[in-house]
Design a protein around this ligand. Structure first.
Ligand SMILES: *Cc1c(COP(=O)(O)O)cnc(C)c1O
Length: 474
């Protein structure tokens, strides 16, 4: 598609500037002016059509089902956007004094208390701006906790079914990562774990439910093994969609966690936009949370910096405040019963799709799943791979699932339908997947050369990453 500069023609933009109602001043000296400013000359209708056409080249959750595993691309209610766009929220200056921001502070205080109620944690910081940022804050808390106890523990354990950001966050904080194997059924290998936990282990970080969409059946036992040796238990709770309102993370024996408001709590995400990864802790870790915490004294809210054990600031201001507004609205609109219903529906939808697709695709771990499940391309006819399936599904009007992740399943296809899709849409997706499977038998070349109907055909992903062309040159 042509860029807007290519649609430019001299004199095409005509606009009416009203006559000034104040006397003309001295003209600006010619030396300070330039002419020939390189802006496109296009009419209003051309501008409207250009950007409308651009928006249609894209795929979003408002356009169709987006079953991107681990990302929870649920539909985000538009009322969130309406309310978050109110001037009272958007015009707030981060340095406005507490006396002028009581509404915002109380919203944040209340949101943190809802997260405590949902997870069973004693305290939450809303400061981290992403899930991985929440992990970083969490691991900094772990480090500070052991420093305060004068204990040297260099290791953090991470199962091979963890999200990829977990080892990165741990390494950034100067810990060594040690991988814990999984059993063929997708649980943490308890015998291996017992052999690994001693007083050099600071913590174990468990993605829960894990990246296979499975809830570990030995969760209490894992917590006990860690706690016996004085280690902490961290929950990567980015995918709270499966368990919220049903079970509380703190009751399972976890000591700290993060949640992704931009997944479970309905904020649009993708493209690296703003997010929020609040970090929550049990009572004994509360004093280490990042400053400032939203404090409350009598009926007044304030930013509390008087926390000597805190790991400090991990974000300048609360710049992602509007994400917090969306999450707050989502939680109060659903209420406790609605929150639990989200989990039920998310788990039901995933299991429904899994049951339909496992007849046609390889399912590496056959077990009731939580909010997502993982297939693979094992046994696909015609040499068709996961990548080909992911491309061909675009021709059927769906976004691709997550592919080649988790790494422990070769050729993984990770599907998360979310709770906001109805049965007809789930069936349409299953039918499309099954038709691709049939096509792989009858006409594999069409699958391997997909997509055929998208604005951009198969791109060279390596070249696109290594030599991106990001600007238009005349
Ligand atoms: C998405 C996700 C993360 C990372 O969250 P970001 O906001 O992308 O940094 C971490 N863990 C799990 C399990 C996730 O699904």
């Amino acid at each position: 598609m042509a860029v807007i500069f290519e649609k430019s023609a001299p004199g095409r933009n005509s606009y009416l500037v009203p006559c000034p109602d104040i006397p003309a001043g001295e003209p600006i000296p010619a030396a300070l002016l330039r002419d020939g400013l390189d802006l496109p000359n296009v009419s209003e209708v051309d501008v409207v059509r250009h950007y409308t056409a651009l928006s249609r080249l894209n795929f979003g959750v408002d356009a169709g089902m987006y079953p991107l595993g681990s990302c929870t691309m649920k539909y985000n209610p538009k009322v969130n956007e309406r309310l978050a766009a109110r001037d009272g929220f958007t015009m707030l200056h981060p340095l406005a004094p507490a006396g002028m921001t009581q509404g915002a502070l109380s919203l944040m205080h209340e949101l943190a208390s809802y997260l405590c109620e949902i997870t069973g944690m004693a305290g939450f910081s809303l400061q981290p701006a992403a899930g991985a940022h929440g992990e970083l804050a969490g691991v900094m808390i772990i480090r500070k906790y052991f420093e305060s106890r004068k204990e040297k523990r260099p290791l953090v354990l991470i199962p091979d079914s963890a999200h990829g950001t977990n080892p990165a966050s741990v390494a950034m904080c100067g810990f060594q990562v040690k991988e814990v194997p999984s059993t063929p059924e997708g649980d943490v290998d308890i015998n291996a774990l017992r052999g690994m936990v001693d007083d050099s282990v600071a913590a174990m970080m468990l993605t829960s439910p894990n990246t296979l969409g499975l809830f570990d059946r030995n969760i209490h036992l894992i917590a006990d093994i860690l706690h016996e040796k004085g280690a902490l238990f961290y929950c990567d709770g980015a995918n709270l969609n499966a368990i919220m309102g049903k079970a509380r993370v703190a009751d399972m024996g976890f000591d700290l966690m993060h949640v992704n408001l931009h997944k479970t709590f309905s904020t649009p995400h993708g493209g690296g936009g703003p997010g929020a990864g609040p970090v929550g802790v049990v009572r004994k870790l509360e004093s280490f949370l990042p400053v400032p915490i939203i404090g409350r004294k009598d009926d007044r809210y304030y930013l509390d910096y008087e926390r000597p054990h805190s790991i400090g600031r991990i974000h300048s201001f609360y710049g992602n405040f509007l994400i917090l507004v969306r999450a707050y609205i989502y939680i109060i609109m659903l209420g406790p019963a609605g929150i639990a219903h989200v989990s039920e529906q998310a788990v039901l939808n995933a299991n429904y799709l899994m049951a339909r697709l496992k007849k046609e695709f390889h399912l590496p771990v056959e077990r009731i799943c939580k909010h997502e499940f993982v297939l693979s391309d094992k046994g696909m006819p015609g040499g068709v791979t996961t990548n080909d399936i992911a491309k061909r599904i675009l021709d059927r009007g769906f976004h691709s699932p997550t592919v080649y992740f988790p790494l422990l399943i070769p050729g993984a296809i990770m599907i998360e339908p979310t709770e906001t899709e109805c049965r007809e849409t789930l069936d349409a997706f299953a039918d499309a997947m099954i038709s691709i499977r049939r096509e792989a038998e009858s006409d594999p070349e069409t699958v391997k050369s997909a997509p055929h109907t998208t604005p951009v055909r198969r791109v060279d992903a390596v070249l696109a990453a290594r030599k991106p062309v990001l600007t238009w040159q005349k």
